[in-house]
Design a binder for this molecule. Structure first.
Ligand code: PGA
Length: 252
């Protein structure tokens, strides 16, 4: 199980430090989970300090695809790796909605991340709950994000299925709905790359994950991890989510 969290811009710098420190104490003891945390850019040096020597990977919530240039306000892949970051979240629904991220820019960023040895966590998700159209939407987003990505790089790719309508809500998408969409994403990958390579990317679920629903969301092997927002801001709740999700996987 790959389980991680982006704290978005929810916390102050001091709060991010507490969050990283406390999670570093609580989470690594839990078996069966690969863990990651994505603080804001300015807290990457802090993540390097607080997470050093733990088995929690860390990275950024976005990046530019170029290494340097006249791109005011942007952060390059090498700035992330310079602080030990190994992952980067790309194409989150909030970046698409508020900051003009498109499938084309996500693709540029995915290819750049792979060139710089950063694991891209590619966020996809349909805007409204509609099973029939959702599969086409997410399949198209996945295909577009991976345009010109070689099969041999797919093992480094993570797809985060995050239905837009389930982010920041009181409830996650229902498990059965999530499992179907994960299978549709897998089918799109296999269709594009064949069975061996198409099976390589991990597909994780995000959108109102909480300790109350983590076990049922993780119950199907099609869900290979969880991506948590608000519920992970309290380290103790984050810990419970990891415990619940790994317990579900242990059973099956
Ligand atoms: P949420 O955020 O858990 O607060 O719904 C999830 C996400 O946006 O990844």
């Amino acid at each position: 199980m790959l389980i991680g969290s982006s704290c978005k811009m929810h916390l102050s710098v001091d709060e991010v430090r507490d969050w990283l420190r406390r999670c570093a104490e609580l989470l690594p003891a839990i078996d069966g989970a690969d863990l990651f945390m994505l603080p804001p850019f300015v807290c990457l040096p802090m993540a390097a300090e607080e997470l050093r020597g733990t088995r929690i990977a860390y990275g950024a919530q976005n990046m530019h695809w170029e290494e340097r240039g006249a791109f005011t306000g942007e952060v390059s892949p090498t700035m992330i790796t310079a602080f030990g970051g190994t992952l980067v979240e790309l194409g989150h629904a909030e970046r698409r909605r508020h900051f003009g991220e498109t499938d084309d820019t996500v693709n540029l960023k995915v290819r750049s991340a792979l060139r710089h040895d950063l694991k891209p966590i590619i966020c996809v998700g349909e805007p409204a709950r509609a099973a029939s159209r959702a599969d086409d939407t997410v399949a198209a987003q996945v295909r577009h994000a991976l345009k010109s990505v070689a099969a041999e790089n797919l093992g480094k790719v993570v797809i985060a299925y995050e239905p837009v309508w389930a982010i920041g809500q009181a409830q996650a998408a229902e498990p059965a709905y999530v499992f179907d969409r994960h299978r549709a994403i897998r089918a799109a990958l296999v269709d594009a790359y064949g069975t061996t390579a198409g099976d390589r990317p991990k597909i994780i679920y995000g959108g109102s994950v909480a300790s109350e629903n983590a076990r049922e969301l993780a119950a199907d092997p099609a869900v290979q991890g969880l991506f948590v927002g608000r519920a992970a801001l309290e380290p103790e709740r984050f810990r419970r989510i990891v415990v619940e999700a790994t317990a579900a996987r242990g059973r099956g």
